[in-house]
Design a protein around this ligand. Structure first.
Ligand code: S3P
Length: 450
């Protein structure tokens, strides 16, 4: 599939976005370990999350899906059965790393495989701590890359000091910790998203927090089955938020969105760049804060993004780089080396695509330096098979002269089913349908003047 993008009219819209990807993975995993049936509403039925669902089915968990966004997961008190064949994680790093933690606690052998992109991603970051806990894990690829062969067993709790701030590493070790003897602790260089620990608390699994960047779980616990409502994904909302922010006078309201403060750093950056943002938490009943975000656009100015902010907006950096190209002055992103080992090398992909559209970009080892504002022009761009690169550059296309074509854009379904439809509505507000993720109205207006 190709995405064809043209300059969009001024945004005046009220929308919702699909369920949170990170929370969807964790909700279905922890529900599967629980002691009964759990109904999950707002589940994200994207390719990545369906790989996790199908993996759990292959491990003997019954999961019904009466509606694309509703799952009924029949937890079996932590009992999993050996899979009949290898487990395919597709493009999903979260599936592979979290399952590695889960399977480290099982006495049977399993094999995790991924697509070409996932097969290049580093797994030593989970293999090393899981081995220390007592699991037998072999990476079959070069330099500790997938496939992974895992035979788990009786694990012991460890104190893991992770060299990277990664929620996937933290979650893999904490999930294994549920099957271990004693206490398992993970320290991070700075805090990554905390959905696993919040979800543990919600399912009444005892955890302890010893400091800002340290979390522990006590072994041998069975999660208590509960129903859960998954909020909208702020990382999917980020594309539209950045687009509205970069349009002087643009206005966007997003409802039912997750506002966990380990995920909202994007909003602070957009404020620094000059946008007006209102964030209102409406509900914290189910541990994950959710509410509305309202944004009013402006002529953006460049900013510096680095340090502790990076892990808290890691998935939003591609679209923030695009916003940087539209902003006046210099935008610097640094200490973002992790971008090099995502679905593609996102630093190289962003630099390449921004340059193809006429922006001035310097590629740094650990980030990017972008000199704006660039009069972007349409181009044929590669998605590099990476959903967030495809969507970030669709957003760039809304601000470019001429047509932008994103090739191989099926990858958007990894995290955002319905993205094409939503994009079409941002470009052609009159053709809006209520059956789409856009629930309000987009009022057509003159294109933004340069
Ligand atoms: C995720 C954590 C992040 C993020 C990914 C989802 C998760 O990866 O980039 O899209 O759900 O735990 P890292 O934890 O490896 O940084």
């Amino acid at each position: 599939m190709e995405l064809r993008v043209k300059r969009g009219p001024r945004i005046e819209a009220e929308i919702t976005v699909p369920g949170d990807k990170s929370i969807s993975h964790r909700a279905v995993i922890i529900a599967a370990l629980s002691n009964g049936a759990c109904t999950l509403h707002g589940f994200l039925p994207s390719e990545d999350c369906m790989h996790t669902v199908n993996a759990l089915r292959a491990l003997g968990i019954q999961i019904e899906q009466p509606d694309p966004n509703v799952l009924i997961v029949h937890g079996k008190k932590r009992v999993l059965t050996p899979p009949k064949e290898e487990i395919n994680c597709g493009n999903s790093g979260t599936t592979m790393r979290l399952l590695a933690g889960l399977l480290a606690g099982q006495t049977f052998e399993s094999r995790l495989v991924g697509d070409a992109s996932l097969s290049r991603r580093p797994m030593d970051r989970v293999i090393e701590p899981l081995r220390k806990m007592g699991a037998d894990i072999v990476a079959e690829g070069p330099e500790q890359t997938p496939p992974l062969r895992i035979r788990g067993g009786s694990l012991r709790g460890i104190h893991h000091r992770s060299p990277v701030a990664s929620a996937q590493v933290k979650s893999a070790v904490l999930l294994a910790g549920l099957f271990a003897k004693g206490k398992t602790t993970v320290d991070e260089p700075s805090a990554s998203r905390n959905h696993t620990e919040l979800m543990f608390n919600y399912f009444l699994v005892r955890t302890a927090k010893d400091g800002e960047d340290s979390i522990s779980v006590f072994g041998d616990q069975v999660p208590e089955s509960r129903d859960f409502n998954i909020p909208g994904d702020i990382s999917s909302a980020a594309f539209w938020l950045a687009a509205a922010a970069a349009q002087p006078g643009g206005h966007l309201l997003i409802r039912h969105i997750g506002l966990n403060d380990t995920r909202t750093a994007l909003l602070g950056v957009l404020v620094r760049m000059g946008a007006q943002v209102r964030e209102a938490v409406e509900d914290v009943d189910q541990v994950e804060p959710r509410g509305i975000v309202e944004i009013t656009g402006a002529a953006l100015k460049g900013t510096v993004i680095q340090g502790k902010e990076i892990p808290q907006l890691i998935d939003e950096l591609p679209v923030l780089a695009v916003a940087g190209a539209l902003a006046s002055g210099t935008t610097i992103i640094r200490q973002a080396n992790e971008l090099r080992v995502k679905e593609t090398d996102r630093i190289a992909a962003i630099a390449h695509n921004l340059r193809s559209m006429g922006a001035q970009v310097i590629e740094l080892n650990d980030g990017l330096e972008i000199h704006g504002p660039a009069p972007l022009h349409g181009a044929r761009l590669a998605s590099f098979g990476d959903h967030r690169i495809a969507m970030a550059f669709a957003m760039a296309g809304l601000f470019a002269d001429g047509e932008t074509v994103i090739q191989d854009a099926d990858c958007v379904h990894a995290s955002y089913p319905g993205f094409e439809r939503a994009l079409d509505e941002f470009m052609n507000p009159k053709r809006m349908r209520t059956s789409t993720p856009v629930i309000g109205s987009l009022v057509p207006a003159a294109p933004v003047e340069e």
